[in-house]
Ligand binder design. Structure first.
Ligand SMILES: Cc1cc2nc3c(=O)[nH]c(=O)nc-3n(C[C@H](O)[C@H](O)[C@H](O)COP(=O)(O)OP(=O)(O)OC[C@H]3O[C@@H](n4cnc5c(N)ncnc54)[C@H](O)[C@@H]3O)c2cc1C
Length: 479
């Protein structure tokens, strides 16, 4: 019997698991997929927003401001790639200049520090590749860029080291309450817990309805992206937004923490977890982005992808303990700025659990730090030391990103083992470069097979069922 069951291992669930790991609380993190961070958390703009966009008084405003500060602290502590580069919202007309003033005023009400409005001359000086048609910009210096999946993985790894149980490949299919205990039905048997945190992303409304009447509804909304090669990564120095509209924050152009350029997203109603991309969506993204930064060379695109927003009609987070079911906490509607807010939301979830009866006793021997070897960022001396210690660090497997076999083996044996080619990519960047794993993918597959002692054909590209090898031609097993 667990004290707390968390459903969903995206940034929300992983943040809650990390915070609960600090206490002597028996916690389980339940995820239907074969890795953490494979829902919306792996497919978004990767911005730690400043907090000037949400309406004052909303949960989004409250948690964005707190999360902006706390997430930076956690990235530093847990060795997660993060850069505070600031954001510029660009205006193209006198009318839009008024929007900048409104955003600044809203940001100040929300508590965003040090915002400034730049005139055209200052904007051109700081961002020479931004369109000459732009007339002004709002600077929010507290905005950052992050590796969202690495943040979620880091939080979950530390939670696991602090004795949180992680159940992957476990889909919650029903919930029943018997006296003070929740019985959670899954494809892997029943899990019992006294408290539940529903952090199931775009399916949080469905999980809520396992035990409840409909109290909120998610209308999934898809956003499509271009990811461009590092040749485009230095075109802009800040995150470049256009003025927001009724559909959201609009199309942005930004460097990524890994040195690429990200461009997107659009906004389209969709159903379920439909992460396909379309020529209509991508054309819209491309044409809109060229208005902000006309020199983007889209021939340098290395990948398109899409993420799905957990949008609700209230356009705010739905964070509350259910009135009918004590100890059942919904964390729904986590659309943007959900990534920026999740770490702060988790702090309040722990308080809510304590208020409803969970006993919090601090853990002795807490793990609260993490260090990852990133070979390409080391000095020559450090590299030599590492290779001497373990010659696998002297073997480059991913040539685009300079990732060594040592780093891949580390990724496979970390507290949450990487069991697919993309799980390795999310942990150490092998396959993230220009060839997108065309060369290193098969080598990574062999290394996983060798290290985990599983047949090569059982190592998928990503989710279970995304097979690369279906059988051996010589024994007639290929389909
Ligand atoms: C296009 C786009 C751009 C965005 N840009 C930003 C941004 O720049 N900055 C920002 O702050 N926010 C951004 N966001 C929002 C941010 O990505 C989300 O708020 C955040 O990732 C949500 O995390 P989550 O953990 O709530 O959901 P998810 O990451 O989706 O995790 C939910 C998990 O629950 C699991 N699950 C679902 N149902 C079940 C079940 N029945 N049993 C077991 N497991 C289950 C899923 O497999 C999934 O892993 C963006 C979102 C999108 C779509």
């Amino acid at each position: 019997m667990y004290d707390v069951a968390i459903i969903g291992a995206g940034i929300t669930g992983c943040s809650i698991a990390y915070e609960l790991g600090k206490y002597n609380v028996k916690t389980v993190l339940i995820e239907k997929e074969n890795d953490v961070s494979v829902g919306t958390t792996k497919a978004n703009s990767a911005i730690i927003h400043g907090g000037y966009d949400p309406k004052p008084g909303t949960l989004m405003a409250k948690y964005n401001i707190k999360g902006n500060i706390y997430t930076k602290e956690l990235c530093k502590k847990l060795d997660v790639p993060f850069k505070q580069i600031g954001a510029l919202v660009v205006a193209f007309s006198e009318e839009e200049k008024k929007t900048l003033e409104e955003l600044k005023e809203r940001g100040e009400k929300n508590g965003v520090p040090d915002m400034e409005i730049w005139d055209k001359a200052k904007l051109q000086k700081e961002e020479p590749n931004v369109s000459k048609e732009a007339v002004a910009a709002l600077l929010s210096p507290n905005v950052g860029i992050v590796s969202p999946w690495e943040l979620a993985i880091a939080l979950a790894e530390v939670a696991v080291q602090n004795d949180v149980d992680l159940k992957l490949n476990t889909e919650v299919t029903g919930i029943e309450k018997n006296d003070d205990t929740y019985e959670i039905a899954t494809n892997n048997g029943t899990v019992k817990a006294k408290y539940i945190c529903n952090a199931a992303g775009i399916f949080a409304d469905k999980v809520n309805e396992f035990i409840n009447e409909k109290t909120f509804e998610i209308n999934p909304n898809r956003g499509e992206y271009y990811l461009l090669d590092k040749s485009q990564g230095e075109l802009v120095n800040h995150v470049i937004f256009q003025c927001p509209n009724e559909k959201g924050k609009g199309v942005l152009v930004a460097p990524t923490v890994h040195g690429n350029l990200i461009v997107g997203p659009d906004s389209q109603p969709t159903s379920g977890n439909d992460t396909s991309t379309s020529s209509t969506g991508l054309n819209f993204v491309r044409n809109t982005a060229l208005k902000s930064v006309p020199g983007i060379n889209f021939r340098e695109s290395i990948r398109n992808f899409a993420g799905v927003r957990a949008r609700t009609k209230e356009h705010d987070f739905h964070i509350y303990e259910d009135k009918e079911n004590k100890g059942f906490i919904n964390i729904g509607g986590m659309e943007s700025p959900g990534l920026s807010s999740a770490t702060a939301v988790a702090l309040d979830i722990v308080k809510m659990l304590a208020d409803t009866g969970l006993v919090l006793e601090e853990k002795n021997n807490l793990v609260d730090t993490r260090k990852v070897h990133r070979f390409k960022h080391l000095s020559h001396e450090k590299r030599a030391e590492l290779v001497k210690e373990n010659p696998l660090y002297g073997k480059i497997i991913c040539r685009c990103e300079t990732v060594t076999e040592g780093e891949i083996v580390d990724a496979i044996h970390r507290p949450i083992p990487a069991t697919s080619i993309d799980a390795v990519k999310r942990r150490c960047n092998a396959g993230m470069g220009r060839c997108q794993g065309g060369f290193c993918g098969p080598r990574v597959q062999e290394i996983i097979s060798r290290e985990l002692n599983v047949p090569l054909k059982d190592v998928p590209q990503d989710r279970i069922g995304m097979d690369i090898i279906t059988g051996e031609t010589k024994d007639g097993g290929a389909k």
